[in-house]
Design a binder for this molecule. Sequence first.
Ligand code: MN
Length: 130
Amino acid sequence: MTDDNRNPRALLVEDNPLNRELATDLLEVAGFEVCVASTGPEAVEMACLYRPDILVLDIRLPGLDGLGVLRDLRNRPETCAIPVVACTAHTMLGDEQKYLFAGCAGYIAKPLDTRTFAILIRGYLEKNRG
Ligand code: MN
C-alpha cells in the first residue's frame, strides 16, 4: 500500500532521449516523481532500488527488451507487484492483447498523446490500487 500523502513515483524506461524528456515532463506536470532508465538491465536495477508505484516501459530497448524486463521483474519478489504499462510504437493488431497477456497493467501507443498520457498512467495506477 502506498502513502497517499506523497506523490506517486514512476519509473520511465525509454531509450529515445526525446521521448524520455517528453514523457518525464508530462508525468512531472501531472504530479509524479519520475526516475528514468534507458536500457533493459538498467530498468530492472532501478526498479529494485527505486520501488516505483508504476513502471512505464518502452518495448524496444537495448540490452533486454521490454518483455524481457517484464519477465525479470515478475520473477523478483520485490518488483513482482509493480504495475507495468507498455508503451510502444509497433502498434499492430493484437499488440495490446499481447502485452496485457504478458502481464502488463496497460498499454499506450506511441507517438504519445500529450493531452492524455499522464491521465492514462494515473488511471492505470488507480486501477491497480483497486
Ligand atoms: Mn525504444
